[in-house]
Design a protein around this ligand. Sequence first.
Ligand code: MG
Length: 226
Amino acid sequence: MPIRPPLRNLIFDWSGTLVDDLGPVLEATNSVLVAHGLAALDREGFRRAFRLPYQEFYAELLPTVPLAHLEEQFRTAFAAAATPVTVLPHAREKLDWCRKRGLRTFVLTSMDALAFEQQLDAFGWRHHFEATYAGVQDKRQVIHQILEAHQLNPELTAFVGDMTHDVETARHGGITSIAVLTGYNHPEVLAALSPDLTVANLQVLWEWLDQRMDAHRAPDPTHISS
Ligand SMILES: [Mg+2]
């Protein structure tokens, strides 16, 4: 990847990046597919097939069913899903780390805004983010607005996400694309887009961030005398 100064601003995707809601999403998606006569997907099948904007995914599978109807079915099934939404490993302590190190953090997600707000409060994470953007169908359409609204230098900013649409959004915004493998897209699907950086999980990302911040810290004058 190009040599850039250490990142100061992180825009996070939500599902599959900070929280694990693949279980209930898979349940809800299958409920919609089966209701319209299609076969249910297993976890790996979903990770190969699903993509954002989700409108395109449904337009391909169920072209004759109105999207509003599918969204309503999905919302109902998601609310009734048996599998809980959980915080992904390392997310909580790494967000604390960002705050301590003065990194600015944001959320940009396609998730339904009401469901997102509920999760944000349920996890007690509202104070972690300078601003959040939820219910965004096509993230590429708002990334420039976000950079501008918060005066984020693209050189110092990354979008961290688990899907090809997140990589495309980062590229569209001229910022660093960081792919995490904890979410909705199969590693092969993400690799096809060649993200600037791909990490197995958030722990690996923070080790990388930490090293880069340390490497760019001004040298200690007591160590350069002799
Ligand atoms: Mg995601």
